[in-house]
Design a binder for this molecule. Structure first.
Ligand code: IPM
Ligand code: MG
Length: 353
C-alpha cells in the first residue's frame, strides 16, 4: 500500500501535536509495510506571515491530490487584526470546501481512566458514546448573500439544498447502523424554514433505514439534554453551525478538548484534525496533549484507508498509555504521571503493536 499524505501543522500548538502524530504515522507505516509520502505546508497564520494569505492555491491543489490530509490547528491573537477575508480560519473553510468534505464526524466517548477528569459526575458520563455528524460545507458558514453593509448591518444566509441534506443524512444513518441504530436529528424547526425542510428530508431518507430509530430535537433542548443525560444519544445529525456548537459541548463530557479527534469526509477525500484549536496560551511550552491528533490519525486509517486493524492499533495504544497513568497537564487528575507533549507521543509509539 502506498499513500500520499499532506500535512498542515498550522499555528499555536498545531506543530507540536502534529509532530507526535507523524511519529505514530511513521510507526504504523513501518508495521504495516505502507509506503508513506508526506508533504508539509504552512497554513493559517503561519501562511499569512510568509505569503499574506491563509492558504496558497498551490497547496490546496496538493491537498486535493493527496490520499488524506492531516491538520494541526489554525489561528491566534496575532492574526485577529487581519481583514476577515484572509483570517487564518478561512484556510480551514477553503480546505473543507476544496476537498468537498461535507461530513464531519466527531466522536465523544470518555476514556474510563479519565472519568474523573470531566466536570460532570462519573455516573452521568460513564456510558456515553456519541458521534456528532455535522454537515460541513453548507449552511450559514457558506450561504450567500453575506456581508457587512455600509456599517449599518451585517448578514448571513442559512440555506440547505435537498442534495446537501440527503447526503449528510445518509452518512448519519450509515454510521448509526455500525453503532446503536439511533439517530437524533437536531434543528430549529419551530422557527427556521431551513430547519423545517431539513427535518422533512431527514424523514424521507430515514425510510431506507427501517432498523434505525430516528428522533428530532430542537437545538436548545439538545444542548440541555447533552448535559442532563448524554448517554441517551448515539448519532447526533445536525447542520454546520449547530454541529460546531454541540460538538464542543459534547467534547466536554470526556473531560478534555485535548482528547478528541475528528474526520471530515466526502465521497473521496478525508481531512483529519483534532477538534481543539491552536491554544496560543500554551503553545511552545511542551504541555499540549497530542492525543486528539494521534486519534485523528486512527480515524484516517479507518475512514480514508479502510484499514481498521491499524486504527484499532493506535486506539489501543492510547488506551494503554492512559491506563498506565501517563497524563498531560490538561488531563492531570493527580493520580498519574505528568508528561510532556513529546513524552506522551513517545509512550504511545512504544505501545503500537
Ligand atoms: C471547528 C472550528 C471551526 C469551525 C473554526 C475555526 C472555523 O470551530 O472546526 O469546529 O467553526 O468550523
Ligand atoms: Mg468549533
Amino acid at each position: 500500500m502506498k499513500k500520499k499524505i499532506v500535512v498542515f501543522p498550522g499555528d499555536g500548538i498545531g506543530p507540536e501535536v502534529v509532530e507526535q502524530a507523524k511519529k505514530v504515522l511513521a510507526r504504523v507505516a513501518e508495521k504495516g509495510k505502507i509506503k508513506l509520502e508526506m508533504q508539509e505546508f504552512p497554513i493559517g497564520g503561519a501562511s499569512i506571515d510568509i505569503y499574506g494569505v491563509p492558504l496558497k492555491e498551490e497547496y490546496l491543489k496538493e491537498a486535493k491530490k493527496a490520499d488524506a490530509v492531516l491538520l494541526g490547528a489554525v489561528g491566534g491573537p496575532k492574526w485577529d487584526v487581519v481583514e476577515s477575508s484572509i483570517r487564518p480560519e478561512k484556510a480551514l473553510l477553503a480546505l473543507r470546501e476544496g476537498l468537498k468534505t461535507y461530513a464531519n464526524l466527531r466522536p465523544a466517548k470518555p476514556y474510563i481512566a479519565l472519568l474523573k477528569a470531566s466536570t460532570l459526575k462519573p455516573e452521568v458520563i460513564e456510558n456515553v458514546d456519541i458521534l456528532v455528524v455535522r454537515e460541513l460545507t453548507g449552511g450559514i458558514y457558506f450561504g450567500k448573500p453575506r456581508g457587512i453593509k455600509e456599517n449599518k448591518k451585517g448578514y448571513n444566509t442559512l440555506v440547505y439544498s435537498r442534495k446537501e441534506i440527503e447526503r449528510i443524512a445518509k452518512r448519519a444513518f450509515e454510521a448509526a447502523m455500525l453503532r446503536k441504530n439511533h439517530v437524533t436529528s437536531v434543528d430549529k424547526a419551530n422557527i427556521l424554514e431551513t430547519s423545517m425542510f431539513w427535518r422533512q428530508i431527514v424523514k424521507e431518507v430515514a425510510v431506507a433505514y427501517p432498523e434505525v430509530r430516528l428522533d428530532h430535537l430542537y437545538v436548545d433542548n439538545c444542548a440541555m439534554q447533552i448535559i442532563r443525560n448524554p448517554a441517551q444519544f448515539d448519532v447526533i445529525l445536525t447542520d454546520n453551525m449547530f454541529g460546531d456548537i454541540l460538538s464542543d459541548e459534547a467534547s466536554m463530557l470526556t473531560g478534555s478538548l485535548g482528547m478528541l479527534p475528528s474526520a471530515s469526509v466526502g465521497d473521496k477525500k478525508g481531512l483529519y484534525e483534532p477538534i481543539h484549536g491552536s491554544a496560543p496560551d500554551i503553545a511552545g511550552k511542551g504541555i499540549a496533549n497530542p492525543i486528539a491528533t494521534i486519534a485523528s490519525v486512527a480515524m484516517m486509517f479507518r475512514y480514508s484507508f479502510n484499514r481498521m486493524e491499524f486504527s484499532d492499533m493506535i486506539e489501543n495504544a492510547i488506551q494503554k498509555v492512559l491506563d498506565a497513568g501517563f497524563r498531560t497537564k490538561d488531563i492531570d487528575d493527580g493520580t498519574g504521571r505528568l508528561v510532556s507533549t513529546q513524552e506522551m507521543g513517545e509512550e504511545i509509539v512504544k505501545r503500537i503493536e
